[in-house]
Ligand binder design. Structure first.
Ligand code: TRP
Length: 446
């Protein structure tokens, strides 16, 4: 179907109503489990502040190339990865682009399935801090063990999905944009409150030092750089999916260059604040900052147990991580929803229902913590970087760097130079392949 028919026959495409709304939605997508769960323990593993150096280098580089590319690709095609890849290959008279687009759609869906389970855990912990059960349980490990057992959190998982369903059925401007405008500013305010509280604890200074003074020697280890790269990729939601879809709801007068810049700045700030809460809090109570995934669900609840007014701060913590993760989940689910809606020309409501029900049913089998880990690893190692790679090739090579550049520049006063062309066409594409291979060899880096 040609683009013209598409526009006249289906309902008018929803869109973000303002640049701020778009940026907040992109920050909402970017700031999530990657920042809160993964980032602090990577910092713990790879030399504290030293990890920040490669992380900042990569996130700026990826923001300047891949992120702007995904926004512009979506805005150019006015649809998600399936339609975007199709449009790209049609310029070369090839018809199979749409099939390739299925890869990132499944990638986003796969991550969403696991994410919904974790959002359910957050709701469970929030309720646990409100009722006091998370504080009164003697053993935080056992408390979490029960929640993350097989079919251990079905009700909470369901609540998480019902909540996002309400937002997503309301559409892009009235649902996604509106919720991000509330939740993301609230997230930063609450996180700053927590940072202040944590830094006043006895012994927190050592943790703060750890976050601020680099252990230079860890920069000599290639692993520090590789994990920082994987972290930056996942954190910016670069997978040829979520950011293309949000870009597709963007008007042509919005400045993509400055939107990408803001997304990078606030995403990094979100990760840094999470580190400033978690690492010093863990140090203050003599716990292990490199505890890995249990850090968030076992170590941190123990911290709140020991802290004065811990119950209140536990509530604040879980409200804010809930906001951060639910706004990422919306983005992840929007990818398959948009795909179903535009491929099968179904109504918004029906598309949301199909995707959410499928995510719930599959998610039932990953409620078990161990299965969840393997599931998320599989999707994030193989499918996510592959999606980012294909999207980059489609946009910067198939559509071509000239057109890509002028789409990115459209709406902006800045012009992109030769440096952008080289960084996007060669460096970024190479990095997507590198992340795929390194992830396979090291068993997951993002
Ligand atoms: N960036 C998010 C995080 O750090 C995860 C995420 C949201 C994502 N939307 C995405 C990852 C789309 C890949 C693709 O938690």
């Amino acid at each position: 179907m040609s683009k013209k028919e598409n526009l006249t026959s289906s309902e008018k495409r929803d869109s973000f109503t303002s640049k701020t709304g778009f940026i907040l939605a992109c920050i909402g997508s970017a700031v999530g489990l990657g920042n809160i769960w993964l980032f602090p323990y990577r910092v713990g593993q790879f030399g504290g502040a030293a990890f920040l150096i490669p992380y900042i280098i990569f996130i700026v580089l990826l923001g300047y190339t891949g992120l702007m590319g995904e926004f512009a690709f979506g805005r150019m095609s006015q649809t998600g990865p399936i339609g975007s890849f199709k449009m790209a290959l049609e310029t070369k008279d090839k018809k199979w682009g749409g099939f390739l687009g299925i890869i990132p759609v499944f990638g986003a869906f796969g991550i969403a399935v696991g994410y919904a389970v974790v959002v359910g855990w957050f709701i469970r912990f929030l309720v646990g801090f409100i009722t006091g059960s998370a504080i009164s349980s003697a053993d935080s490990g056992a408390y979490f063990g029960q929640i993350a057992g097989p079919f251990g959190s079905t009700v909470w998982h369901l609540i998480a999905l019902v909540a996002v369903t309400i937002v997503l059925t309301s559409g892009v401007s009235k649902g996604i944009e509106k919720m991000n405008k509330i939740m993301m500013p609230a997230f930063y305010v609450l996180f700053v409150v927590l940072v202040v509280k944590v830094l006043t604890l006895d012994g927190a200074v050592d943790g703060l030092k750890y976050m601020v003074f680099p252990e230079w020697s860890s920069l000599l280890s290639p692993k520090t750089w590789i994990y920082a790269l994987g972290q930056a990729f996942f954190s910016l939601s670069l997978a040829g999916s979520g950011m293309i879809v949000y870009g597709s709801y963007l008007k042509r007068d919005v400045d993509i260059i400055s939107s990408a810049k803001n997304t990078v700045i606030f995403d990094t700030l979100g990760a840094f604040l999470a580190g400033l809460i978690i690492i010093p809090a863990v140090f203050a109570f003599g716990l292990d900052p490199a505890a890995g995934p249990p850090l968030l669900f076992i170590t941190i609840p123990s911290v709140f147990k020991l802290m004065p007014f811990g119950r209140l701060f536990g509530i604040i913590f879980f409200v804010s991580v809930l906001f951060a993760s639910i706004t990422s989940l919306m983005n992840l689910l929007e990818v398959p929803i948009e795909a179903v809606q535009s491929t099968f020309k179904l109504s918004r409501k029906l598309s949301v229902a199909i995707v959410v029900i499928a995510a719930f049913l599959i998610g039932l089998f990953v409620e078990n913590g161990d299965v969840l880990g393997s599931w998320m690893d599989f999707v994030s190692i193989y499918i996510i970087p592959l999606g980012a790679f294909i999207a980059a090739v489609m946009f910067f090579w198939v559509i071509g760097i000239e057109k890509a550049k002028s789409e990115i520049e459209c709406g902006s006063e800045k012009k992109l130079g030769k440096l952008f062309e080289i960084s996007a066409k060669y460096v970024f594409v190479f990095l997507t392949i590198f992340v795929l291979i390194a992830g396979i060899l090291l068993g997951g880096i993002g």
